[in-house]
Design a protein around this ligand. Sequence first.
Ligand SMILES: [Zn+2]
Length: 99
Amino acid sequence: MAEEDIKEVLFGRVKTTPTQKFEPDLEDLRRPFEDKDSVAYCFCSGCGLLQEINAAGAEKMARVAGKGVFEPGQDYFFVASGCSFCLGTPEPVELRKLN
Ligand SMILES: [Zn+2]
């Protein structure tokens, strides 16, 4: 199975918009956090940057994503449309399940 097909099975078909160019690497998302304060990964679909975010960041991202509360655990990760690195607008933010 081609890598793109696997991603499609795992994530469902991603709607293609000009701001969504990158897809996260599942291997990266399964790695333990480097910072002990990190509770989630945030992937930027605008530039492909993967960042770890702490509880306060995750809470804020969950609100932006339209989810009230973020429950820590690596089962979920955020996908932002832009970040401070690519100077893109982070919204819309998506909360995805990792499996
Ligand atoms: Zn970015």
